[in-house]
Ligand binder design. Structure first.
Ligand code: NDP
Ligand code: MG
Length: 391
């Protein structure tokens, strides 16, 4: 029997890479559900090419257009994840690759109805990992993180206890501005920030990578997903992006995981549980000797990347991370639309964190889904007020 597949965010960078991998083996995989938001042209192409049973399109206008266009087609076009009919058979693999908090509800829904969820959507892990864990336990589902750093930590620490581990380093390429003079940061435009030197990714994560917010979010994601103490994590600059995580054990060993900067490696290893010949799926040749002189590591310069100072206890333990995530989503979007400058992302975040109501929302431990949205909404509203100069 073919494996039943769903890809949430199929038109995005991770979604497209995942589709390419599944497409190489359609005798084994049945692409049953795809989902997207705005990308009309690519939704069209994916319906024709992959013939999914359901295509969920969140944006109402695009949904209406596609629904009319494919009214004679077998594919069922839905506007909401809740419209998906119940099925007795679980999905074998779901890839969670929507960007931002928009991925939270769909991911939680699919964890209930999937055997295995490949989790790329870090914002979901950051805001709702406690709910994810409960749902996984109740429904006997498995989460495999595919963000390359988390995929590596998972591989390196499999079955380890906290007391065996001394330190976990999450690597950062340093993005396009690693060597740029700080005095020029204020003039950085979104087009420059989106151009990542090593990875090809969606806009939001590329901008998050340019100021190291992506690493801040990744450390929080790791703390939420793995059972290791928060003070064991450190961000370290590794411009070549070939080593994704390094774990120092108390027994004197240090292990790292090395792979080319191609997301098809963690994704396909998660799909095939490490039993895959990557060269049949990806254009990269697995040739370690090409990078004999490339493995360099540096400490993070906090003057250049002040955003890393947001990694405090408040963020690690409680709902401060939901606020950080929501405010950052608003600020990145405003930066892309040229409404604020590059340095404003950091300074406006600080203002949100210094607001007199911040603590009230940030101290909440393990909020339920309603409370998550309440905290998220407060942070968005506050950030908009700051951007518009009302605060
Ligand atoms: P993209 O921006 O390339 O794709 C985002 C996907 O989400 C698209 O399919 C988009 O649809 C869909 N989407 C956007 N907004 C909504 C919404 N409101 N409702 C429903 N669907 C929506 O992002 P990436 O693929 O780069 O990243 C996806 C996630 O994976 C992020 O959380 C990111 O942090 C994480 N990640 C990404 C990596 C990468 O290499 N790209 C690496 C590690 C983690 P449409 O295109 O139709 O608008
Ligand atoms: Mg990553």
């Amino acid at each position: 029997m073919k494996k039943k597949i769903a890809i949430l965010g199929s038109t995005g960078s991770i979604g497209r890479t995942s589709l390419k991998i599944f497409q190489k083996n359609l005798r084994q995989f049945n692409i049953c559900v795809l989902s997207a938001n705005l990308n009309y042209n690519l939704i069209n192409t994916q319906i024709k090419k992959y013939k999914p049973k359901y295509f969920i399109i969140t944006n109402k206008e695009v949904y209406n257009k596609i629904k009319i266009k494919f009214k004679k087609n077998k594919v069922k076009i839905l506007n909401d994840f809740s419209d998906l009919p119940k099925s007795k058979k679980k999905f074998d693999i779901t890839v969670s690759a929507i960007v931002g908090i928009a991925g939270l509800k769909p991911t939680l829904k699919f964890i209930k109805i999937s055997k295995k969820v490949l989790l790329a959507n870090k914002e979901t892990a950051i805001c709702g990992s406690h709910i994810i864990k409960k749902i996984c336990k109740k429904n006997n589902s498995k989460i495999i993180p595919i963000d390359s750093e988390h995929f590596s930590i998972n591989q390196l620490t499999n079955n380890c206890k906290d007391n065996e581990i001394k330190k976990i380093y999450i690597t950062a390429s340093g993005g396009p501005f690693l060597r740029k003079k700080i005095k020029f940061f204020k003039n950085i435009k979104a087009v420059e920030a989106i151009k990542h030197p090593k990875w090809s990714m969606g806009k939001k994560i590329s901008i998050d990578s340019s100021n190291l917010m992506n690493k801040v979010l990744e450390v929080i994601e790791a703390i939420r997903l793995f059972p290791f103490r928060s003070d064991k994590y450190e961000i370290i600059i590794h411009p070549q992006s070939l080593v994704h995580a390094i774990v120092s054990f108390k027994n004197g060993q240090t292990k790292f995981l090395y792979h080319e900067t191609d997301m098809s490696i963690p994704i396909s290893n998660a799909i095939y549980e490490n039993k895959v010949d990557i060269e049949t799926l990806s254009k990269f040749k697995n040739n370690f000797t090409n990078s004999f002189d490339a493995l360099r590591f540096e400490k993070v310069d906090k003057k250049r990347f002040p955003i890393v100072t947001f990694l405090t206890k408040n963020i690690h333990m409680n709902s401060g991370a939901i606020i950080l995530n929501a405010s950052n989503e608003v600020l990145v979007d405003s930066f892309i639309k040229n409404k604020i400058g590059f340095n404003d992302i950091y300074s406006y975040l600080r203002r949100v964190f210094r607001d007199r109501d911040f603590k009230k929302y940030a101290v909440k431990k393990n909020p339920d889904i309603k409370e998550i949205y309440k905290i998220d909404n407060w942070a968005r509203k506050k950030t908009f007020e700051i951007i518009e100069g009302k605060k």
